[in-house]
Design a protein around this ligand. Sequence first.
Ligand code: AR6
Length: 174
Amino acid sequence: MTALRIECIQGDITQQPDVDAVVNAANGLLMPGGGVAGAIHRVAGPGLARECQPLAPIQPGQAVITGAHNLPNRHVIHCLGPVYGQDEPSAQLLADCFRQALRLADNQGLASVAFPAISTGVFGYPVREAAAVALAAVRESSASLRSVRLVRFVLFSDEDRQQFQRALEEGGVD
Ligand code: AR6
Protein backbone atom coordinates (compact mmCIF):
# COMPACT_ATOMS: atom_id res chain seq x y z
CA MET A 1 0.00 0.00 0.00
CA THR A 2 1.32 3.46 -0.95
CA ALA A 3 1.74 5.95 1.86
CA LEU A 4 -0.32 9.12 2.04
CA ARG A 5 1.54 12.04 0.52
CA ILE A 6 0.99 15.43 2.17
CA GLU A 7 2.14 18.65 0.50
CA CYS A 8 1.89 22.36 1.28
CA ILE A 9 1.91 24.84 -1.58
CA GLN A 10 1.16 28.51 -2.08
CA GLY A 11 -1.71 29.03 -4.51
CA ASP A 12 -5.40 29.34 -5.26
CA ILE A 13 -7.74 26.51 -4.28
CA THR A 14 -9.76 27.04 -7.49
CA GLN A 15 -6.68 26.37 -9.66
CA GLN A 16 -5.90 22.75 -8.72
CA PRO A 17 -6.95 20.78 -11.81
CA ASP A 18 -4.92 17.70 -10.89
CA VAL A 19 -6.86 16.89 -7.69
CA ASP A 20 -10.15 15.00 -7.52
CA ALA A 21 -11.75 17.20 -4.86
CA VAL A 22 -11.23 20.70 -3.51
CA VAL A 23 -12.45 21.67 -0.06
CA ASN A 24 -14.50 24.79 0.52
CA ALA A 25 -14.20 26.85 3.73
CA ALA A 26 -17.96 27.23 3.69
CA ASN A 27 -20.57 29.11 5.68
CA GLY A 28 -23.36 27.19 7.42
CA LEU A 29 -25.87 27.97 4.69
CA LEU A 30 -23.48 26.77 1.96
CA MET A 31 -23.95 30.05 0.12
CA PRO A 32 -21.35 31.96 -1.87
CA GLY A 33 -19.51 34.20 0.61
CA GLY A 34 -16.14 35.89 0.77
CA GLY A 35 -12.70 34.27 0.76
CA VAL A 36 -12.50 30.64 -0.35
CA ALA A 37 -16.28 30.23 -0.59
CA GLY A 38 -16.59 33.29 -2.81
CA ALA A 39 -13.78 32.11 -5.09
CA ILE A 40 -15.12 28.55 -5.35
CA HIS A 41 -18.69 29.59 -6.13
CA ARG A 42 -17.49 32.23 -8.63
CA VAL A 43 -15.55 29.68 -10.65
CA ALA A 44 -18.04 26.81 -10.18
CA GLY A 45 -20.99 28.91 -11.33
CA PRO A 46 -24.57 29.16 -9.98
CA GLY A 47 -25.24 25.43 -10.31
CA LEU A 48 -23.09 24.82 -7.24
CA ALA A 49 -25.26 27.00 -4.98
CA ARG A 50 -28.35 25.25 -6.36
CA GLU A 51 -26.90 21.84 -5.55
CA CYS A 52 -25.88 23.05 -2.07
CA GLN A 53 -29.25 24.47 -1.09
CA PRO A 54 -30.97 21.23 0.01
CA LEU A 55 -27.86 20.14 1.95
CA ALA A 56 -27.87 23.27 4.19
CA PRO A 57 -27.61 24.17 6.98
CA ILE A 58 -24.52 22.40 8.27
CA GLN A 59 -22.93 22.63 11.72
CA PRO A 60 -19.34 23.53 12.71
CA GLY A 61 -17.11 20.50 12.11
CA GLN A 62 -19.46 19.04 9.48
CA ALA A 63 -18.68 18.37 5.81
CA VAL A 64 -20.86 17.63 2.75
CA ILE A 65 -19.88 16.71 -0.79
CA THR A 66 -21.22 17.98 -4.13
CA GLY A 67 -20.22 18.03 -7.77
CA ALA A 68 -17.66 20.57 -8.91
CA HIS A 69 -19.67 22.17 -11.75
CA ASN A 70 -17.30 24.48 -13.69
CA LEU A 71 -14.32 23.87 -11.42
CA PRO A 72 -11.65 21.60 -12.95
CA ASN A 73 -12.25 18.87 -10.33
CA ARG A 74 -14.73 16.06 -9.74
CA HIS A 75 -16.12 17.20 -6.39
CA VAL A 76 -16.26 20.03 -3.88
CA ILE A 77 -16.32 19.12 -0.20
CA HIS A 78 -17.85 21.90 1.88
CA CYS A 79 -16.65 22.19 5.48
CA LEU A 80 -17.90 24.60 8.12
CA GLY A 81 -14.95 25.47 10.33
CA PRO A 82 -15.35 26.83 13.86
CA VAL A 83 -15.42 30.57 14.53
CA TYR A 84 -12.35 30.99 16.72
CA GLY A 85 -13.26 31.83 20.32
CA GLN A 86 -16.93 31.11 19.70
CA ASP A 87 -17.52 27.54 18.48
CA GLU A 88 -15.98 25.27 21.11
CA PRO A 89 -14.03 23.09 21.43
CA SER A 90 -12.54 24.79 18.41
CA ALA A 91 -9.57 22.45 17.87
CA GLN A 92 -11.84 19.42 17.88
CA LEU A 93 -14.33 21.05 15.52
CA LEU A 94 -11.55 22.06 13.15
CA ALA A 95 -10.08 18.55 13.24
CA ASP A 96 -13.57 17.15 12.53
CA CYS A 97 -13.66 19.15 9.28
CA PHE A 98 -10.51 17.47 7.99
CA ARG A 99 -11.50 14.01 9.20
CA GLN A 100 -15.01 14.21 7.74
CA ALA A 101 -13.81 15.67 4.43
CA LEU A 102 -11.28 12.87 4.02
CA ARG A 103 -13.85 10.24 4.90
CA LEU A 104 -16.27 11.61 2.30
CA ALA A 105 -13.52 11.68 -0.33
CA ASP A 106 -12.46 8.15 0.52
CA ASN A 107 -16.05 6.87 0.40
CA GLN A 108 -16.24 8.24 -3.17
CA GLY A 109 -13.03 6.43 -4.08
CA LEU A 110 -11.16 9.70 -4.71
CA ALA A 111 -7.35 9.72 -4.81
CA SER A 112 -6.52 13.37 -4.10
CA VAL A 113 -7.95 16.24 -2.04
CA ALA A 114 -6.86 19.88 -1.73
CA PHE A 115 -7.65 21.84 1.43
CA PRO A 116 -7.46 25.56 2.14
CA ALA A 117 -6.58 26.82 5.64
CA ILE A 118 -10.14 26.39 6.96
CA SER A 119 -11.21 28.93 9.63
CA THR A 120 -8.05 31.07 9.35
CA GLY A 121 -9.67 33.93 7.42
CA VAL A 122 -12.98 35.50 8.45
CA PHE A 123 -13.33 32.94 11.28
CA GLY A 124 -10.12 34.17 12.95
CA TYR A 125 -8.30 30.94 13.78
CA PRO A 126 -4.56 31.64 14.27
CA VAL A 127 -2.71 30.04 11.34
CA ARG A 128 0.00 28.38 13.40
CA GLU A 129 -2.54 26.64 15.65
CA ALA A 130 -4.77 25.73 12.72
CA ALA A 131 -1.82 24.21 10.86
CA ALA A 132 -0.97 21.94 13.80
CA VAL A 133 -4.59 20.81 14.12
CA ALA A 134 -4.95 20.22 10.37
CA LEU A 135 -1.77 18.18 10.01
CA ALA A 136 -2.54 16.09 13.10
CA ALA A 137 -6.06 15.36 11.83
CA VAL A 138 -4.84 14.32 8.39
CA ARG A 139 -2.15 12.06 9.86
CA GLU A 140 -4.64 10.50 12.24
CA SER A 141 -7.04 9.80 9.36
CA SER A 142 -4.41 8.32 7.08
CA ALA A 143 -4.56 4.80 8.54
CA SER A 144 -8.24 4.44 7.66
CA LEU A 145 -8.00 5.82 4.10
CA ARG A 146 -8.25 3.28 1.30
CA SER A 147 -8.29 5.45 -1.83
CA VAL A 148 -7.01 8.91 -0.86
CA ARG A 149 -3.27 9.05 -1.59
CA LEU A 150 -2.58 12.79 -1.82
CA VAL A 151 -3.57 15.60 0.52
CA ARG A 152 -2.52 19.05 -0.63
CA PHE A 153 -2.78 22.16 1.52
CA VAL A 154 -3.18 25.21 -0.70
CA LEU A 155 -2.24 28.36 1.18
CA PHE A 156 -2.95 31.81 -0.14
CA SER A 157 0.15 33.52 1.29
CA ASP A 158 3.73 32.35 1.48
CA GLU A 159 3.68 33.08 5.22
CA ASP A 160 0.78 30.66 5.70
CA ARG A 161 2.50 28.07 3.51
CA GLN A 162 5.55 28.29 5.75
CA GLN A 163 3.41 27.72 8.87
CA PHE A 164 1.83 24.63 7.34
CA GLN A 165 5.18 23.37 6.06
CA ARG A 166 6.61 23.75 9.57
CA ALA A 167 3.69 21.82 11.08
CA LEU A 168 4.21 19.11 8.44
CA GLU A 169 7.91 18.80 9.27
CA GLU A 170 7.38 18.94 13.04
CA GLY A 171 4.98 16.02 12.85
CA GLY A 172 7.59 13.72 11.35
CA VAL A 173 8.78 12.77 7.91
CA ASP A 174 6.08 12.33 5.29
N1 AR6 B 1 -7.41 29.85 -2.39
C1 AR6 B 1 -6.78 29.44 -1.26
N2 AR6 B 1 -6.90 30.08 -0.08
C2 AR6 B 1 -7.69 31.18 -0.03
C3 AR6 B 1 -8.40 31.65 -1.16
C4 AR6 B 1 -8.24 30.93 -2.38
N3 AR6 B 1 -8.86 31.30 -3.52
N4 AR6 B 1 -9.11 32.75 -0.79
C5 AR6 B 1 -8.85 32.95 0.52
N5 AR6 B 1 -8.00 32.02 0.98
P1 AR6 B 1 -11.89 32.19 4.58
P2 AR6 B 1 -12.94 30.88 7.02
C6 AR6 B 1 -7.45 31.82 2.34
O1 AR6 B 1 -12.26 33.52 5.16
O2 AR6 B 1 -12.01 31.60 7.92
C7 AR6 B 1 -16.50 33.11 3.98
O3 AR6 B 1 -17.03 34.36 3.75
C8 AR6 B 1 -7.60 32.98 3.29
O4 AR6 B 1 -6.52 33.89 3.11
O5 AR6 B 1 -12.26 31.90 3.18
O6 AR6 B 1 -13.18 29.41 7.23
C9 AR6 B 1 -17.55 32.02 4.15
O7 AR6 B 1 -18.74 32.38 3.52
C10 AR6 B 1 -7.53 32.29 4.64
O8 AR6 B 1 -6.19 32.04 4.98
O9 AR6 B 1 -12.53 30.97 5.47
C11 AR6 B 1 -17.71 31.90 5.64
O10 AR6 B 1 -18.71 32.76 6.15
C12 AR6 B 1 -8.20 30.94 4.39
O11 AR6 B 1 -8.19 30.78 2.96
C13 AR6 B 1 -16.39 32.33 6.20
O12 AR6 B 1 -15.79 33.15 5.20
C14 AR6 B 1 -9.62 30.80 4.90
O13 AR6 B 1 -10.31 32.03 4.78
C15 AR6 B 1 -15.45 31.17 6.45
O14 AR6 B 1 -14.30 31.65 7.09
